[in-house]
Design a protein around this ligand. Structure first.
Ligand code: CP
Length: 318
């Protein structure tokens, strides 16, 4: 598993971003403030600024992505960095070049930062020590292990809506078993002092011992889990990571765990609903909720750009 000591330098500053485990609250708050500084209060969009004018950011995504890859690209370009998108389908990865050799090659081509998505989990941190000093690695989602930039932008979205994570009651519902986002969120909520985090969903997709180790309470009854909460986070059923046996076990009964208007009404009157996307409409979340007034799904997407600007500018030392 990844070596946390490689993520922070000897003075506790962020050197790479592999996961949220071990990240001090001070770094979250610095990132939240930095992200806020990139938001134009008049338009709500991001302010362009030439902080990374001489830097090269490479996106190397070995799994599909819309939000993460595009928002890192928009973030880097908004900081006036050069951006290159590596395409595994048309690269030598398709001829069998390994991930570490690909990363070494991208670094040798002059990348200052490489944003990587891979499907095994843990590979990014494992290969970081082989890269030249000064080349920054950012985990853009690794298997079922971690999705730290999503965890940060989701936590910041909650902070922007509710003022703080501290003291909130939060329900996380859906395919927690396969969710790298859930693992990063549980870390963030613990560090930021959420009052209560409840994990719920189909029993075979909510690993109780693991969720409790991350500081969540497991509640099998979804109505009980969402009762009175301030925030509901829906997670996608990751059918592509399920075996055919898993699929036949969970297949068809997702509607028992869906967040629809009736369930949302059990939460606090001003509760907000998040989903990291992509959404399986009317499977884990009803369209009436995804498109309704409590939904903050598109705010999450927009906030992703400013948060990734904050991350890239912090990691590349400006
Ligand atoms: N939330 C998220 O990681 O979405 P993408 O797979 O589209 O990047």
């Amino acid at each position: 598993m990844p070596n946390l000591s490689d993520q922070l330098d000897s003075q506790g500053r962020l050197r790479h971003l592999f996961m949220l485990e071990g990240l001090p609250a001070s770094i979250y708050h610095e990132l939240f403030a930095r992200a806020e500084s990139f938001v134009d209060p008049d338009t709500g969009g991001v302010r362009k600024t030439p902080l990374l004018r001489d830097k090269l950011v490479v996106n190397a995504f070995f799994e599909p992505s819309t939000r993460t890859r595009m928002s890192f690209e928009i973030a880097a370009k908004s900081l006036q960095a050069e951006v290159v998108n590596f395409d595994p389908e048309s690269s030598s990865a398709a001829k069998g070049e390994t991930l570490p050799d690909t990363l070494l090659t991208i670094a040798a081509l002059g990348a200052d930062a490489i944003v990587v998505r891979e499907n095994e989990g843990g590979l990014i941190a494992r290969h970081a020590p082989r890269l030249p000093a000064g080349v920054v690695l950012v985990n853009g989602g690794d298997g079922c292990h971690a999705h730290p930039s999503q965890g940060l932008l989701d936590a910041w979205t909650i902070v922007r809506q509710k003022g703080a994570v501290a003291g909130l009651s939060i329900a996380v519902i859906g395919d927690i078993l396969h969710s790298r986002v859930a693992r990063s969120l549980f870390q963030a909520f613990r560090t930021l002092g959420a009052a209560r985090v409840v994990a719920t969903g189909a029993p075979e997709l909510v690993p109780a011992a693991e969720a409790e180790r991350w500081g969540a309470v497991v509640e099998r009854d979804v109505d009980q889990a969402v009762a009175g909460v301030d925030v509901i986070i829906c997670l996608r059923y990751q059918y592509e990571r399920m075996t055919s046996e898993d699929r036949s076990r969970s297949g068809g009964h997702e509607s028992r765990f869906i967040i629809d208007a009736q369930r949302l009404a059990l939460a606090a009157p001003d509760a907000i609903v998040l989903h990291p996307g992509p959404v399986n409409r009317d499977t884990e979340i009803a369209s009436e909720v995804a498109d309704g007034p409590s939904s903050r799904i598109l705010e999450q997407v927009s906030n992703g750009v400013a948060m990734r600007m904050a991350l890239l500018s912090m990691l590349l030392g400006r």
